[in-house]
Design a protein around this ligand. Structure first.
Ligand SMILES: Cc1cc2nc3c(=O)[nH]c(=O)nc-3n(C[C@H](O)[C@H](O)[C@H](O)COP(=O)(O)OP(=O)(O)OC[C@H]3O[C@@H](n4cnc5c(N)ncnc54)[C@H](O)[C@@H]3O)c2cc1C
Length: 587
């Protein structure tokens, strides 16, 4: 039996080493110390058990202190949370993330799905934001050529088009060309596109060209009054798949990703966060973390005020944007950029082969607890807006689906929702006694840069954080040449001849190289198991559950894919029922 003073000495040494761990976050040192410390904990616990003053419960708390403290706890599994988690774990930090619903269940699956510089932000002279996003487009495109691809945008020009009167460009034009009254001369639009082409980073994408709309495929769907247009490049991105691939990569590098797990409170003690997580069955557990990342998107302010209860005065401006999906409105594969009379713009984008995507609106959204939906007014607005350009008017009957999301913008006091900055703002707050980084705003396009900036801030709190590494590192399934989709699809079709053309294309554009693993040893359609409708099979569903955190039919048909546009309600219900039974017997 150990003497009382032996126990005290061991406990003091252990406490000192634990403090050493707290002060020195370098990963290698952490591991060596931890091993040494484990031995001491063991001795301490044995001694403690012999000493009647120490209960088993106290012992487990002591053990948890050293073994379970993560460096970063990330709140939110949207693009920003998953992007930061991936970057951080790749730099050697211990990372855990919690998402209260499905990954990308909020704003990050409701975007217009463009990697774009944001041509319209040039009107606001947001040159830094546009330049960063333009450079980033191609960096991202190279890292994920399966889920991102170039697109051409046709901007029909008409001298009567009106622009927002509140932008800095409008204010200058009002002084020097007062007779324009909100209109733009063609040369100014061309100059904006010249900047867009040349601000930085364009090597793969084609530059701007002028285009006649008379007698051309691009002019065919438009009213005859549009005779000329400019055409420029941006990129498509499958937004919700981008999130899940970041989460997968973070997990593969050692991060712990929890879905359907809400952070209900976070309190600090001795400079360490005690983060309480609640799962959907109501069960709770506590994780300890040195730093919190609040990537709660629309809930960022809610986390600040109610979850962490910090004194920070930073706030979010919620701006709702809605989209409608219609039957396919035209035959070519280009998008349109339409300028409205109210100074706003919308896009029409060829979508999922047989449809057209139209968006977006900009409306203040007061209450984060209200799920955003495309209101009848917003639907009418988008239909009327597009109809002003299209030869054939479109109506409610053409709409097959709508979706809506909320931009979690930093509240900069801008007069209108359209004018509020789209730039991201990162704020480290230490007022609670332990550090938290609050993430506001941003774009899908700048998520990787946002993560790098976040890691710079994190390094100020957790020294010895590694160097930037994500530029050019492919996401899962994306390690093939940027122009290699066609060749990859041919390879897939050759190896799995039972796939038809559209099916092979869908699998490559969703999974890239992983499509080969997904199909595995299948020699016929029968080997892919049950069919859930269209070309969704049991093999794919099992892959999504095993590798991509999917749990429900909604996860699968609206976020891991857009097969919701193809499946009937009955088929989706049947998939849900199958998932409930199958996951009980581990899919
Ligand atoms: C209509 C619209 C169109 C857009 N179009 C584009 C575009 O074309 N290109 C572009 O670059 N950008 C676009 N954006 C911007 C882009 O979509 C957003 O900036 C981005 O998705 C925000 O990601 P996020 O991770 O911050 O938020 P979210 O995706 O909303 O993620 C936050 C997550 O945090 C979770 N969460 C919150 N509180 C908790 C808690 N207590 N515990 C656990 N989890 C919690 C939520 O469930 C949510 O999933 C668009 C935005 C909108 C609204």
């Amino acid at each position: 039996m150990l003497e009382w003073d032996t126990y005290v000495r061991i406990a003091i040494i252990k406490r000192m080493i634990f403090r050493g761990i707290c002060l020195n976050e370098h990963k290698r040192t952490f591991v060596i110390d931890l091993k040494f410390d484990s031995v001491l904990i063991d001795v301490t616990l044995k001694a403690g058990r012999l000493w009647r003053g120490m209960t088993e419960g106290e012992a487990s708390v002591e053990q948890r202190e050293t073994h379970d403290i993560v460096d970063l706890f990330v709140i939110g599994g949207g693009i920003n949370g998953c992007g930061i988690a991936r970057d951080a774990v790749g730099r050697g930090l211990r990372v855990e993330l919690a998402e209260m619903n499905d990954l990308a269940s909020a704003t990050s699956s409701a975007s217009t799905k463009l990697f774009h510089g944001g041509l319209r932000y040039l009107e606001y002279w947001e040159v830094r934001l546009v330049r960063e996003a333009l450079i980033e487009r191609e960096t991202l495109l190279r890292a994920m050529p399966h889920i991102s691809w170039p697109m051409r945008f046709v901007l029909p020009y008409h001298p009567d088009m009106r622009f927002d009167g509140d932008t800095p460009t409008s204010k200058v034009l009002n002084i020097f060309m007062p007779w324009m009254k909100g209109r733009r001369p063609a040369w100014l639009i061309r100059f904006g596109l010249f900047l867009y082409d040349n601000l930085g980073g364009r090597n793969i994408l084609k530059g701007t060209t002028s285009l006649s709309l008379s007698g051309t495929p691009e002019g065919a769907p438009l009213e005859d009054r549009f005779e000329k247009a400019f055409e420029y490049s941006d990129c498509w991105i499958e937004d919700s798949r981008l999130v899940v691939l970041n989460a997968r990569d973070a997990q593969a590098r050692g991060a712990k990703i929890n879905v359907r797990t809400k952070v209900v409170s976070a309190e600090q003690s001795d400079g360490i966060w005690n983060v309480t997580l609640e799962q959907q069955d109501g069960s709770q557990r506590v994780v300890q973390a040195r730093m919190l990342i609040n990537a709660g998107g629309p809930w960022v302010e809610n986390v600040i005020r109610n979850t962490v209860r910090s004194n920070s005065t930073d706030g979010v401006r919620l701006v709702r944007g809605s989209h409608i999906v219609t039957r396919k409105l035209y035959d070519h594969d280009k998008c349109y950029f339409f300028q409205g009379e109210d100074g706003r713009i919308i896009f029409t984008i060829p979508y999922e082969t047989d449809f057209t995507l139209i968006g977006t609106t900009d409306a203040d959204h007061e209450d984060v607890s209200q799920k955003p939906v495309c209101t009848p007014e917003e639907q009418t607005y988008l239909l009327n807006f597009a109809s002003k350009y299209l030869k054939e008017d479109i109506s409610d009957d053409d709409v097959v689906w709508t979706y809506s999301g909320v931009r979690p913008l930093y509240n900069d006091g801008a007069s209108s929702a359209t004018a509020a900055t789209r730039d991201y703002v990162l704020k480290v707050d230490k007022s609670s006694g332990a550090p938290i980084l609050n993430v506001f705003g941003g774009k899908i396009t700048t998520y990787r840069k946002l993560a790098e900036s976040a890691l710079e801030k994190i390094a100020g709190v957790l020294p010895d954080t590694g160097k930037p590494w994500t530029a050019g590192v492919p996401l899962p399934g994306g390690d093939f040449p940027v122009d290699g989709v066609g060749a990859l699809k041919q390879r897939l079709s050759a190896q799995f001849p039972f796939l038809d053309d559209a099916w092979a294309a869908r699998l490559i554009k969703a999974y890239g190289l992983d499509a080969f693993d997904l199909l595995g040893d299948a020699a016929s359609i029968a080997d892919l198991g049950q069919s859930f409708g269209f070309n969704l099979t049991e093999r794919e569903v099992r892959w999504l559950v095993d590798h991509e955190f999917a749990q429900t039919a909604e996860d699968i048909v609206w976020r891991r894919s857009k097969l919701g546009l193809r499946l009937t309600t009955e088929e989706i219900d049947a998939l849900d029922a199958w998932l409930t039974t199958a996951t009980q017997h581990t899919v």
